[in-house]
Design a protein around this ligand. Sequence first.
Ligand code: FES
Ligand code: FES
Length: 158
Amino acid sequence: MKTHKIKFKLNGETVLAEVKPNEVLIDFLRYKLGVKSPKIGCDRGDCGTCTVIMNGKTVRSCLVLAVEADGSEIITVEGANKNKITQKLQKKLHEKNAFQCGFCAPGMILSATELLTENPKPTKEEIKEAISGNLCRCTGYEPIVQAIEETAKRENGE
Ligand code: FES
Ligand code: FES
């Protein structure tokens, strides 16, 4: 099968690679580049565990082809850790023991980072809406929502 050369930024570093036209981004990230924070849950766009930030917006990397990464900027939790909002959010999630198995955590953290970047004072409903595409089988969501809410309040000096 013919391969395609792609060049993009992953967590601030330039990546050059050759990918097959049918190669899916989540597989490329995990199995070729060894980036393990995005997880494969449903593999069909339902669960959000494969979420990455692509050109500033969250996408489900199981629904994106690796060739589509060409020219883009992709952030995973490994790189989002450099972001101050993500750092504060992770601290708050940790304080609240917001996760149990943690499988949903990377996707949840990126969705919340996107929200708090675009909307620094979200309502509880907006928080719930922002993470509604990230399924969690363990927690009932409440501690996660609270952690996001408290991170926003702390950011706003409340
Ligand atoms: S693995 Fe991509 S949405 Fe579930
Ligand atoms: S903490 Fe287990 S799926 Fe969310």
